[in-house]
Design a protein around this ligand. Structure first.
Ligand code: NAD
Length: 494
């Protein structure tokens, strides 16, 4: 390993405390989390574990900042501060990408070229919005001036997963701060390191203490405490539908805090007979195997017209077999390690079930234990064909590098299968027929539809799900709806 990595590991030799009120703060109960490097299975760092009393301290700090210094900060000041966070993220890009790679198992290249640029871009984008949020005057009856303001929601609990640890944190923190909220961010217990760096970076940028608090901990302890805290006004969550249901109950049983939810999907890529099959195979490979398939918008169902299925699967299987699986720090690696042994076993469980239900394995399907990989959580890129719409592999999110190939014979059937899950996050249409592309896009129950491409993201473009893929949209101007509320003011002028 290079010097930078050794320096980083040296930094993590002591347990990393929580980040509360602009300072490192030990957990009150004294619990510690061990964070693992999924590529080696070895401990990478220990981090203080937040429990109820720590969450309470963090919420108090966030409330204090909301009613104090942050509440008095002008939109123009917030704009400058968010821009500065973006600059600092760019300055530390290599270091943060390396930590992300070591902690998550994604390749260094993915972290450098995908995650980190997205982090600073989202701060830049929402920096601009800080000065552009305004209300309107309403022409009400009578001699009255009636106007609205866009008020912040207040203290926001933000619970993020392990697949894009820093990127998901930035997607949530940047719009919240632009609109004048304060946050208590709970990263995943598997991947808390870069989120803790974000707390420190926000302070270095000049953001007042207490505005951004970072409290790693277990979901059913720290996450639950945040979700049930009576002084948290809103919870923004990315993760599983199972946890989302817990958050709804917690909100209902406490203070009816607002919720926004991004819950993954089972996103279909529809390939029509007139599609460019080489192009479709390239996007399908990236769609299911990038970030080891641990992507909420993974193209996990490939819906092929029956006439092109064999040709497309042959191209894709060839690509999958040639992929380099291994050390995420190696620039030639294309598929890193799954995030944890638990996730690896969950994905192997999906593979076993697909086989038992009669799907045909085209390639992969095994844990990859070649050489040093035996220590880590690697899986061969996996493709199943002859998958039927009712099979678990066509219905359940796997969150791993496992593709289900299904076939259709006409457009109606394609749309019916595509819409035939409980999810609705993303979908794709591959065709050279422009009319068909737009017609099918309109019929797909999905928050994002890509035509002849996959995984297009931009800080300006809304992202979120139809149906059980979630509530609300992150990114773009739509995200501001999650973090503001209208205040209507009436003033008699007669
Ligand atoms: P999860 O929903 O349990 O974890 C996501 C986040 O929620 C983590 O920070 C976790 O600590 C927290 N959490 C867990 N239980 C909580 C609770 N009761 N209250 C508050 N917070 C809680 O997801 P997971 O178990 O890590 O992964 C399971 C599956 O979820 C994956 O296989 C995948 O299908 C899905 N997932 C989806 C996304 C996505 O981007 N939509 C991300 C991660 C996982």
């Amino acid at each position: 390993m290079g010097t930078l990595v050794e320096e980083l590991l040296a930094r993590y030799r002591e347990p990393v405390p929580l980040w509360i009120n602009g300072a490192w703060a030990p957990s009150e109960a004294g619990g510690l989390l061990t964070v693992t490097n999924p590529a080696t299975g070895a401990a990478l760092a220990t981090v203080h574990e937040a429990r109820g009393e720590d969450i309470d301290r963090a919420v108090k700090a966030a409330r204090g900042a909301f009613e104090g210094a942050w509440g008095k900060t002008s939109p123009a000041q917030r704009q400058r501060l968010l821009w500065r966070v973006a600059e600092l993220l760019d300055q530390r890009r290599d270091e943060l990408a390396t930590v992300e790679c070591l902690n998550n198992g994604k390749t260094l290249r993915e972290a450098q070229k995908g995650d980190l640029p997205g982090c600073s871009e989202v701060f830049r984008y929402f920096s601009g919005w800080a000065t552009k949020l305004h209300g309107e005057t309403i022409p009400v009856e009578g001699e009255v001036l009636c106007y609205t303001q866009r008020a912040p929601v207040g203290v926001c609990g933000q619970i993020v997963p392990w697949n894009y640890p820093l990127l998901m944190a930035c997607w949530k923190v940047a719009p919240a701060l632009a609109a004048g909220n304060t946050v208590v961010l709970k990263p995943s217990e598997f991947t808390p390191l870069t989120a803790l760096c974000l707390g420190e970076l926000c302070k270095a940028a000049g953001i007042p203490d207490g505005v951004v608090n970072v409290v790693p901990g277990y979901g059913d302890v720290a996450g639950e405490a945040l979700a049930r805290h009576p002084d948290v006004d809103k919870v923004a969550f990315t993760g599983s539908p199972r946890t989302a249901r817990r958050l709804l109950v917690a909100s209902a049983e406490t203070n009816l805090k607002k919720l926004s939810l991004e819950l993954g999907g089972k996103s279909p890529m529809l390939v029509f007979p007139d599609a460019d099959l080489d192009q479709a195979a390239r996007w399908a490979q990236g769609g299911i195997f990038s970030n080891k398939g641990e992507v909420c918008s993974a193209s996990s169902r490939l819906l092929c017209h029956a006439s092109v299925k064999d040709a497309l699967v042959a191209k894709l299987a060839e690509k999958a077999r040639r992929m380099t699986v291994g050390d995420p720090l190696n620039v030639r690696t294309q598929l890193g390690a799954l995030v944890s042994e638990r996730q690896l076993n969950a994905v192997l469980g999906h593979i076993a079930r697909a086989t038992a239900e009669g799907a045909r394995l085209v390639t992969g399907g095994q844990r990859d234990t070649e050489g040093d990989k035996a220590r880590g959580f690697f899986l061969q890129p996996t493709i199943f064909e002859d998958v039927k719409p009712a099979m678990a592999l066509a219905q359940e999110e796997v969150f791993g590098p496992v593709l289900a190939v299904l076939t259709f014979t006409d457009e109606d059937e394609a749309v019916r299968i595509a819409n035939g899950t409980t999810y609705g996050l993303a979908a794709g249409v591959f065709t050279r027929d422009v009319a068909r592309a737009h017609r099918v896009a309109r019929r797909l129950q999905a928050g994002t539809v890509w035509v002849n491409m996959w995984n297009g993201f931009d800080a300006a473009a809304p992202f979120g799900g139809f149906r059980q893929s979630g509530w609300g949209r992150e990114q773009g101007m739509h995200a501001l709806e999650l973090y503001t509320q209208a205040r209507c003011v009436w003033v008699p002028t007669a």
